[in-house]
Design a protein around this ligand. Sequence first.
Ligand code: ADP
Ligand code: MG
Length: 256
Amino acid sequence: MSREPIIRFDRVSKRFGDFTVLDNLDFEVQPNEKVTIIGPSGSGKSTVLRILMTLEPINDGVVYVGGDPLWHEQRGDQLTPAREAHLRRMRERLGMVFQQFNLFPHMTVRRNLTEAPRRVLGLSRAEANERAAELLELVNLGNQADKYPGQLSGGQQQRVGIARALMMRPSIMLFDEPTSALDPELVGEVLKVIRQLADTHDLTMLMVTHEMHFARQISDRVCFFDQGRILEQGPPEEIFSAPREARTREFLHAVL
Ligand code: ADP
Ligand code: MG
């Protein structure tokens, strides 16, 4: 059984000045797969997600989403309008949830959800509101649509962030430490929603998290990042119970 990966990094390098963040990275994710990236701070985890969201260009290699090249080697190329349009279409396949919730503070929860799909997908107000109501129900916030972000707890805001990412009906969801900014007692409600999403939706999920218990439950595969490379990867039982690499063992020892 060989399927085409939905995400593929083919010898991707990313540098900031002299500093190499990603070093000839090969990385694939299969459709519907739930993959967790773990690893020390600065190892390039967020950069992988930001490249997929087209928030960062790369210096070398090719990134494919759904078989289409996302962002070739930059080499200082100008972005043409045609290329901008291509990138925008590619970006619509992905939804991202950030550590900082990034909600618009001056908009109600409903408008935070409906703004992009109305503008980008051309949904009518009624269509967008209906979709928003369904998704707020899914994240257990059915009765909060008229509130402003500032009136919600961090856990509620992050669940709005998840619903907002789902509004565009992405086939891939990216989560970058979605619970790291939360008070400990609010972490569980967010993880529960992500777990429920993984169980009930045909979604490819790529997550960065320090919640190792959660990663173990939810992941088909765990990748340990170290200095811009995947040092070790495998099923969670293997990575958490019997890591082969000393660096992985040290990291797990420090965080568990
Ligand atoms: P992680 O998410 O694993 O902690 P990141 O992918 O955010 O790591 O960053 C990897 C490295 O790249 C870090 O050392 C960070 O300081 C550096 N970096 C990230 N973004 C930039 C930037 N815009 N300019 C310069 N260095 C950056
Ligand atoms: Mg990060």
